[in-house]
Design a protein around this ligand. Structure first.
Ligand SMILES: [Zn+2]
Length: 242
């Protein structure tokens, strides 16, 4: 019975499209391997990351949310996301609550993810992103508490990987793991090309993937073309020096 238990991963993004640009390769790669990847979107990015939609003077906040949700679901389906969860906390500014923290901790305990992907710890251009990573990491620690729902419900210590921010140097973010996403690159590209509201980012994120691909090849003996980089929060625990 246990052998058929699907393996799971969790992505927590501040805005509905963040996971596509920054972690779409990891999601597609693991979905292809048969994992169930859940994506939590804390907001729709309705105020801060929907510039194109707001050019329409008749646009409303509710409609932007609907359009952004549909767009994220479409891209998520292309990537092979198993489950999308929308918290609708409101963006710019995004503020989390104890109730939303408990909700995410419940999700950790239900899914028992083997890894967690979220934002960089700093981002002077965007305060929702560090808040999302703080929230994702606090919920993980809450879900580890044996006194919460008993020892059996408590989760272990899934590694946390921070995806690449838009301006890494300003965010004190460094690539510590480069994931080879060459075999799913076309899928990631298709997913972000379905994001009409942020067409200006298509070429940018293609360049990022090529850059990380080069760097990945340079730091290994792999012939890789496209990469997706992450910073670790916790040390890698291993029996090998690698
Ligand atoms: Zn964002």
């Amino acid at each position: 019975m246990e052998a058929h238990q699907p393996r799971t991963g969790l992505v927590v993004g501040a805005h509905s499209a963040d996971f596509i640009w920054r972690a779409g390769g990891a999601v597609a790669l693991y979905a292809k391997r048969g994992w169930q990847v859940t994506v939590v979107c804390l907001t729709y990015g309705e105020k801060g990351e929907s510039q194109k939609l707001w050019k329409d003077p008749t646009m409303t906040l509710e409609r932007v949310k609907q359009l952004r949700r549909a767009e994220a679901e479409r891209a998520g389906a292309i990537l092979g996301v198993h489950n999308m969860v929308f918290f609708d906390l409101g963006d710019y500014p995004m503020r989390t609550t104890v109730e939303s923290l408990e909700r995410l901790a419940d999700l950790y305990q239900t899914l028992r993810p083997e890894w967690v992907l979220t934002h960089s710890q700093e981002d002077p251009y965007n305060f929702d992103h560090p808040e999302a990573t703080r929230f994702a990491q606090e919920a993980r620690v809450v879900a580890q508490a044996h006194g919460r729902r008993g020892a059996a419900a408590a989760i272990g210590a899934p590694p946390v990987f921070l995806f690449e921010p838009h301006q890494p140097e300003q965010c004190n973010w460094k690539p510590q793991l480069i994931l080879d996403i060459t075999e799913v690159w076309e899928t990631k590209r298709r997913a972000f090309e379905s994001m009409d509201a942020q067409e200006h980012l298509w070429e940018y994120y293609t360049r990022v993937a090529l850059q990380r691909g080069q760097q990945g090849a340079r730091n290994s003996d792999r012939a890789m073309k496209y990469g997706e980089a992450y910073q670790r929060v916790f040390p890698l625990v291993t029996e090998e020096l690698r």
